[in-house]
Design a protein around this ligand. Structure first.
Ligand code: NAP
Length: 311
């Protein structure tokens, strides 16, 4: 049996196109004197969160957004985090607020999510926004699952299939059920009429992960476990999206490598299409967040946003 030559879906090129759609919409919004403003809150020091903040800041400033970076010490009290969020909620120049993860263990994530003004909650983590998304009426689609479906929809179009038809009759397996990635990816798959299977750590600990993943026509893996899904666990012709992002320090002083939750080579040998790490989900996630900030700015100005309507 000869291995399939999988299409490697180019997230960097797609992110560039997505950014162009933001540019176009910004031009229209500016005619109504609307300027998006993004605020990030980082608690403590985390290399991944710092890198994400730098990317998002670069994108936001490149688009002439107002930008505010709040840094709080790792041992900050909850009251001070909530006060910082309250200050940003009240600032009319800030249209979107992003609390960077991970948060130190003493800070209750749910309470923090619920304190962000739901109209500035660009990651869609406030209960009101999570509820709207689950109901199929999203205000903000969280950026990482949005990126997964932007990649998949784009791949469908490039194969000559409309996204409206692409998922019907296909089994979508999502590995991971976090509120920021796994669950919203399941909801977005259901909205597209895929048959959705949700797998998680207990699926794995009961020895049934491969049974789940091998049913996937489309597979989204967001487990945070490097190389978790191997070629033996997928069927021929799978379309595989890798959300995982892991730094692998070099042993001999060379550059740090990055890998995902898929064992890329063995899955690519069987896949019809696959997203790489880096250069797959990540670049679109960053642009999506900046797009959600624009949506928030439009909503605050009572202008109907166009960005995000495709996901
Ligand atoms: P998370 O909150 O830690 O959630 C991980 C999920 O995976 C949980 O639902 C967990 O199950 C499940 N899981 C853990 N081990 C598993 C296993 N062995 N088999 C099956 N499922 C397992 O992580 P997250 O925030 O969703 O992020 C997941 C990954 O995506 C991380 O690597 C993160 O770095 C990456 N990420 C990338 C981007 C990007 O833009 N590229 C953005 C966000 C996150 P339980 O619910 O049972 O615990």
């Amino acid at each position: 049996m000869t291995a399939m030559a999988a299409t490697v879906i180019d997230g960097v090129a797609l992110a560039g196109r997505l950014r162009e759609t933001i540019d176009e919409e910004l031009r229209v919004l500016r005619m109504s004197s609307v300027t998006p403003g993004l605020a990030t809150i980082m608690v403590g020091e985390d290399a991944g969160a710092s890198a994400y903040e730098r990317h998002v800041r670069g994108l936001a400033e490149g688009l002439d957004y107002h930008y505010v970076a709040e840094r709080l010490p790792a041992d900050v009290e909850l009251a001070d985090v909530l006060a910082t969020i309250g200050k940003l909620n009240a600032d009319p120049r800030v249209t979107g607020v992003l609390v960077l993860r991970p948060l130190p263990g003493h800070l209750p994530e749910a309470e923090i999510n619920a304190t962000v003004d739901p109209r500035k909650d660009i990651e869609g983590q406030h209960p009101e926004n999570a509820g709207l998304l689950a109901l199929g009426r999203p205000r903000f689609v969280p950026s990482t699952p949005a990126s997964c479906f932007y990649l998949l929809d784009s791949y469908a179009r490039s194969s000559g299939v409309e996204p409206a038809d692409f998922y019907v009759g296909k089994t979508l397996v999502v590995v991971g059920r976090s509120t920021s990635v796994g669950k919203p990816a399941q909801w977005l798959g259901l909205e597209r009429h895929a048959t959705v299977i949700a797998a998680h750590s207990r699926t794995a600990s009961s020895g049934r992960l491969a049974e789940a993943t091998s049913q996937a026509d489309i597979l989204i893996v967001a487990a945070g476990r490097p190389g978790l899904v191997t070629g033996e666990m997928v069927r021929e012709g799978v379309i595989a999206v890798d959300v995982g992002f892991h730094a692998v320090p070099s042993k001999d002083g060379g550059p740090t490598r990055f890998t995902g939750d898929l064992d890329f080579d063995s899955v690519a040998a069987k896949a019809e299409a696959i997203t790489p790490v880096p250069g797959g989900v990540g670049p679109i996630t960053d642009v999506w967040l900046v797009g959600n900030t624009l949506v928030a700015a439009a909503l605050s100005a009572r202008v109907e946003p166009r960005f995000g309507s495709a996901v």
